[in-house]
Write a protein that binds this ligand. Structure first.
Ligand SMILES: [Zn+2]
Length: 150
């Protein structure tokens, strides 16, 4: 996944220019966006999976959950359902467009691990390797996702 430093600088400026955006995507994380992405990429590398492959697993479960909406369905040993909210939200990277406010909720039946993620989370992870800042309400922890989905 290539990360253009100029582009990341623009994304950073845009996020930091708005308290609402900054709180939503970065939480209380004061590290530069590039550093957040690099740290999470290092975690994934240690765990032996790429952001792209992790996002593919998330997308597969989200697609199944969407067919059943709020009715939980078990896939392997993972129970998933989704919640749909009105409206759409934009990716902070320019030109990516808008994403449905759909939340996929997943719980491993044996491991006692659960996580939830939005459509935008899947896009941010797949396309930008961005799990969001620590303390952000929508951050998904890479190691939790790997434990849940691997
Ligand atoms: Zn994007």
């Amino acid at each position: 996944m290539s990360q253009d430093p100029d582009l990341l600088g623009k994304v950073e400026l845009s996020l930091r220019s708005s308290p609402a955006l900054s709180t939503s995507f970065l939480g209380k994380d004061h590290r530069p966006v590039a550093e957040i992405i690099a740290a999470d990429a290092a975690t994934l590398a240690r765990l032996g999976i790429t952001a792209t492959d992790l996002a593919k697993r998330m997308q597969g479960l989200a697609a199944i959950a969407r067919q059943n909406l709020e009715v939980p369905v078990v896939v392997g040993r993972i129970e998933v359902y989704c919640q749909q909210w009105k409206g759409r939200i934009g990716c902070p990277w320019p030109g990516c467009g808008l994403f449905d406010k759909t939340v996929t909720v997943a719980r491993h039946l044996d491991k006692g691990i659960a996580a939830s993620w939005t459509d935008l989370n899947m896009h941010l992870i797949a396309e930008h390797g961005f799990f969001e800042g620590i303390g952000s309400p929508f951050r998904v922890e890479p190691q939790v996702l790997v434990q849940l989905l691997a």
